[in-house]
Design a protein around this ligand. Structure first.
Ligand code: SF4
Ligand code: SF4
Length: 369
């Protein structure tokens, strides 16, 4: 059972809410103390909370309401998340709360977004961010016109994209194009050394907004192997980079929400626990950086990068989600087509044991077939 019920939680946090509303100091204010947990989302000029509500691990409308009640103002959803249940839940909440949030939607602009807007009970989203996972996808010549049309129709305000594989080359291309207002890659302690230089370039050249997906990838998850203090310490470490505008975090329980709101608005004043340092060292050495190299070099067409990405779903306790993603791969792309040639491991910047790890994921998801 959750540590706090929604009612208990809202009662316990009402002081902070009142303080926010009155524009006075929030008790135990945050890392960005002077801005009360807010950062400017690049050239959009939107003031957003440095922790946002989104991703696949979403709970109930009460959780989304609770997060908004407690000051979280950036929310993100995709049309396909949780088989469409997520966008419907957001839509219920948006009936009353649309004006209180910056709403980011993961959806392809090319076929329009009318159906998504209807489900969300709104006439527009603030940021439209399709998943663009390769240089070819982000260079699609149809995209700029489709975005511009939606802007003219008043259905979107800003352009963005999400990316969770081939990350360095897709970010490079986005910077070269200069078209997108906001980028949202997977960003965590296991890949920030690759992403940070590109983030700095994107800020310098275009002042792009930066939303970080999957910030806990590579470290153990709260409720299973890590404590709320450890989770907050990891968020604090990622947010030490002032160019990271917001961490997009799933909130599947009131405990998650409590941790995340504290992380957003309260100062993380403790020295980093040794356990967290260990987690970060582990992620730096062992977590896949989603660079895409392994898939590119595989002579047999195994989708190694994709399968490495599915590890995260297994790790966070959602093997069914990994299985659903795995089933979308062709037989040739799946791990049992691997012939142990070793080329991926040699090319991987971390020299990860990719053949063993993709087989392990294969074996895990096979039980969900
Ligand atoms: S070891 Fe397997 S996955 Fe890696 S390159 Fe060779 S066949 Fe492809
Ligand atoms: S396993 Fe290695 S090569 Fe493959 S995507 Fe991850 S970091 Fe890149």
């Amino acid at each position: 059972m959750d540590r706090f019920s929604r009612r208990q939680f809202l009662s316990s946090s009402s002081i902070a809410v009142a303080a926010l509303g009155a524009g006075v100091a929030v008790p135990s204010v945050g890392w960005a103390e002077e801005k009360k947990g807010m950062r400017t989302l690049g050239r959009t000029g939107l003031e957003v909370t440095q922790i946002s509500f989104g991703g696949l691990d979403i709970g109930t409308s009460a959780l989304l309401q609770g997060a908004i009640d407690n000051g979280i103002n950036l929310i993100h959803v995709g049309t396909g998340y949780v088989n469409g249940k997520a966008i419907r839940m957001y839509g219920e909440v948006m009936k009353e709360r649309r004006k209180d949030v910056v709403l980011a939607l993961k959806e392809d602009p090319i076929n329009g977004i009318d159906e998504a807007l209807k489900l969300l009970n709104t006439d527009h989203v603030d940021i439209l961010m399709p998943g663009l996972h390769s240089v070819e996808e982000i260079s699609n010549p149809e995209l700029p016109g489709a975005f511009e049309k939606l802007k003219k129709e008043g259905k979107i305000r800003f352009t963005g994209f999400a990316v969770h594989k081939n990350i360095p080359e897709v970010l490079e291309k986005a910077i070269e194009l200069g078209f997108y207002d906001v980028m949202m890659p997977s960003y965590h302690t296991g890949n920030r050394d690759q992403v940070d230089p590109l983030l700095a370039k994107a800020k310098k050249e275009h002042n792009m907004g930066f939303m970080a997906m999957k910030p806990l990838r590579g470290v153990k998850k709260e409720g299973k192997n890590s404590t709320p203090e450890e989770v907050k310490a990891i968020y604090a470490d990622l947010l030490k980079n002032p160019q990271v505008d917001s961490l997009v975090i799933g909130m599947g329980s009131f405990n998650d929400m409590n941790t995340n709101i504290e992380a957003c608005f309260q100062k993380y004043s403790q020295a980093m626990p040794e356990s967290v340092k260990e987690m970060i060292r582990y992620a730096e050495a062992h977590e896949c950086a989603s660079c895409g190299t392994c898939s590119k070099v595989c002579p047999y067409g195994v989708a190694a990068c994709d399968i490495m990405g599915m590890e995260y779903y297994v790790e966070r306790g959602d093997p069914a989600l990994a299985a659903a993603a795995y089933r979308k791969l062709s037989a040739a792309q799946q791990a049992d087509s691997c012939r142990d040639c070793g080329e991926c491991q040699a090319a991987c910047p971390k020299h990860l044991d990719i053949p063993a790890r993709i087989r392990q994921t294969h074996n895990t998801v096979a039980t969900f077939a």
